[in-house]
Write a protein that binds this ligand. Sequence first.
Ligand SMILES: *Cc1c(COP(=O)(O)O)cnc(C)c1O
Length: 347
Amino acid sequence: MTPRTRQFASDNCAGICPEAWAAMAEANHGHVRSYGDDEWTAKAADMMREIFETQCEVYFLFNGTSANALAVSSLCQSYHSAICHEVSHLETDECGAPEFFSNGVKILTVDTPDGRVTPESIERLVSRRTDIHFPKPRMVSITNATEVGTVYTPEQVTAISRTSRKLGLHLHMDGARLSNAIATLGCKPRQVTWDAGVDVLSFGGAKNGLAAGEAVIFFNTALAHEFDYRCKQAGQLCSKMRFLAAPWVGLLQSGAWLRNAQHANAMAERLEKALAVIPGIRVMFPREANAVFAFMPPAARQKVLDKGWSFYTFIGHGGSRLMCAWDTTKEDVDAFAADIAEAMNGV
Ligand SMILES: *Cc1c(COP(=O)(O)O)cnc(C)c1O
């Protein structure tokens, strides 16, 4: 078995990008005020407002599960329900945190193609029950890029927000891979978020090159009421906040947030092209960001794993999720694809 430096398991298996690392070192001088009352945190929040081109409220949390869970808790009362896709991280990968932190909000799921919620599916779910015995729908959460590697366009988000607004629902976006989606769309960050009607965004940094960190961004600032208390109570208020914030400054100021995403997407595109010419491999979803979902026969899949490669096989609807990161190289992709081709040869 060949030892591998980089893998295709997840973009959170990658290290810290140089821009974030340098900012962390730069922040490591002397004493500064704690709990976010420092200049690095102010600067990082200002950079977010610059990139999103609006006066949003910004909070820096340790991870995405808490960002999503606390966003749900701030949009809903305990008797409400939240609508999301059945493969969404919120539903499948957060160990019930959204329900827990909101004291019992019910998660309602839709099963629509390619991991994307549709306005019709929201409408159908909301109109199914309107009586007092069912938890009242209060929000929609969509993931961009989605858990199966597809992307919502600004038009699709706008259509969802129109329906949501009409039905009295807030719109949350899980943007753990929003940078990848923006890199694909080639649009301004505002176009696929608040211009399109998103109220609250969980904006991911870890998969984009940070050590840790997710920002919760309230475009609808009224919804941020007392969010600082929720963060503190949930153990998400970092005392040495400068070290959560400075890497964000490094990522945003240098443009690395977009470059890293463009690179990861390009590597996934290269992988997709290499797999397309291997007989027997089926790409399961349109490859629109930095993941390729491929179906390969179990025997071939095992051979690839036996060669020392790692990737996930439990996400979405099965198949193999092949994820590229900011530091994935062309050589990594080519070696991986060659081993898959070889494994497929004998099956
Ligand atoms: C990775 C990820 C998150 C964040 O997960 P944490 O491990 O809690 O940081 C949230 N949503 C999606 C879609 C993700 O892929």
